[in-house]
Ligand binder design. Structure first.
Ligand SMILES: Cc1cc2nc3c(=O)[nH]c(=O)nc-3n(C[C@H](O)[C@H](O)[C@H](O)COP(=O)(O)OP(=O)(O)OC[C@H]3O[C@@H](n4cnc5c(N)ncnc54)[C@H](O)[C@@H]3O)c2cc1C
Length: 450
């Protein structure tokens, strides 16, 4: 007999916060398994490089592995390829899926297939040096771009397109990407937001960050900031919206310095179509008639306009991809669950399987939101043990998953491999007076371990 084992699939905030909660109550083996050789999910590969302060949350997660010997990181193991659900059910007593939401959402408008039309997440993957989703020929040798979206990812992309090179040079982007960013010719960015300032999902910190960009004029039509009585009531009762409105008003009102670099924030605008011969040359926009109809659908030719741009980045949200072999609610685009307990198509609770983070609730909230989410999931897991036949500590011996990975010749990484990668990146960063220089290439990253 031995103590129970828990597998957590996905080493992002959802997975690590689940481990943190479990460790408060449980001294058995906890394995965090990720398909990347490195931990931390979107903290490493989503949060913008110019937001290094936010990335320091990874220190909290590292501290857990340093402190608790029963918590292991097992990287470079693709669930659904290297290990499947049956393997996990055989080797663990409970499984928590924390696989995030890496799927793309598309605008679905004519012209989206033109060259120069990108998912913002492809750009995010590129500038963060994601080793599994690399677009090698990303180039920013154009002058005008549009970013579509009303959330923080859209703001990240705008910043990364137009930020001062001094700022970009002080980040952790891989060297080859930094070289490409040095050639960045973008001078004008349109931020197109489908709804109005009262509905936008920006957080005030990020919006303020946009306002603080140096040598950029930000242009907002003051008309767009006019609120209906209902919206004004809503804004007055919602601190985030109130702060956002104040920031937007102060940006709109401040005198323009005539900088070459400009950001135009256009609320109430949707892209009707993307035009151009072979690549993006213009966007036809329509003004949404939300105020009159309470709907955000573009509904008439009234207020249509054309803007000329060379590229468009759609930052309209991610979607949860199916976790291989695990139930999926295609309508809600999440792993179906009740407070973190996975249910099948008939609504029956799966006894050993749980979900947390973006895979559980969809792609919303900040890193911190996943903490509460994971606490709820772990509470459900612990309850499942109390109500099941066997108790919390005693379970029949199960083989270690490491032996299975070795048998299958899977080149998995351990926490000490990550420490090795981390220290080489930090050392490369130290040489260039940067926080770190990330490996971009998977072979280089794995090669540095041999
Ligand atoms: C571009 C962007 C910028 C953001 N910036 C901020 C910010 O500045 N501040 C903030 O608070 N929040 C930010 N967020 C939100 C924050 O990143 C999320 O709330 C958080 O990462 C969600 O955690 P998660 O663990 O559910 O998913 P993820 O962080 O995506 O982690 C999922 C993990 O699962 C792994 N995985 C997936 N499939 C498999 C598989 N088959 N086998 C094994 N492993 C698998 C992935 O490799 C990944 O490591 C940002 C999000 C994005 C997209």
């Amino acid at each position: 007999m031995q103590s129970k084992r828990v597998a957590i699939i996905g080493a992002g905030p959802g997975g690590f916060y689940a481990a943190l909660e479990l460790l408060k109550h449980f001294s058995g083996q906890i394995d965090i398994i990720d398909k990347l050789p490195t931990p931390f999910g979107l903290v490493r590969y989503g949060i913008a490089p110019d937001n290094q302060r936010m990335k320091t949350v990874s220190k909290v997660f590292s501290g857990l592995i340093d402190e608790f010997s029963n918590l292991r990181f097992i990287g470079n193991v693709d669930f659904g390829v290297d290990l499947n659900r049956d393997d996990l059910l055989r080797h663990y007593d409970s499984i928590i899926y924390a696989t995030g939401a890496a799927g793309r959402q598309y605008l679905r408008v004519p012209g989206e297939g033109l060259e120069g039309s990108f998912s913002a997440m492809d750009f995010v993957d590129w500038y963060n040096g994601h080793p599994l989703r690399r677009i090698s020929d990303f180039s920013l040798r154009f002058s005008k771009a549009a970013v579509v979206g009303g959330g923080n990812v859209a703001l990240d992309v705008v910043r990364m397109l137009i930020n001062e090179m001094d700022v970009v040079r002080s980040t952790d982007v891989p060297d080859s990407i930094l070289r490409e960013l040095e050639r960045n010719a973008v001078r004008e960015v349109y931020l197109l937001v489908r709804k109005g300032p009262a509905q936008a999902r920006f957080t005030p910190v990020e919006l303020r960050g946009l306002g603080h960009l140096k040598n950029v004029d930000i242009i907002i039509d003051p008309e767009d900031l006019r609120l209906t009585d209902d919206e004004a009531d809503y804004v007055n009762n919602n601190q985030q919206c109130r702060l956002n409105m104040n920031i937007l008003k102060s940006i709109a009102e401040r005198p323009k310095a005539g900088y070459e670099k400009k950001i135009h924030i256009k609320f109430w605008h949707s892209v009707a179509s993307i035009g151009g011969k072979e690549s993006v040359e213009w966007l036809d926009l329509c003004r949404n008639n939300v105020l009159r109809h309470g709907s955000s659908k573009p509904d008439s030719d009234e207020g249509r306009c054309r803007i000329s741009v060379d590229a468009i980045f759609s930052a309209i949200g991610n979607v949860v991809s199916m976790v291989p072999g695990v139930p999926f609610d295609a309508q809600k685009s999440i792993v179906p669950n009740i407070n973190g307990r996975i249910i099948d198509d008939d609504g029956v609770v799966l006894p050993k399987e749980f979900v947390t983070g973006w895979a559980k609730r969809g792609p919303s909230g900040t890193v911190g939101t996943n903490r509460q989410d994971s606490a709820e999931t772990v509470a459900a897991l612990l309850k499942s043990w109390k109500t099941s036949d066997d108790d919390c500590v005693a379970a029949p011996a199960k083989a270690d998953i490491i032996d299975v990975l070795r048998e299958r010749n899977i080149n998995f990484t351990s926490w000490s491999d990550w420490i090795n990668i981390d220290s080489q990146e930090l050392a490369a960063g130290h040489e260039q007076n940067r926080p770190r220089v990330k490996f971009q290439d998977l072979d280089d990253m794995m090669g540095c371990l041999s």
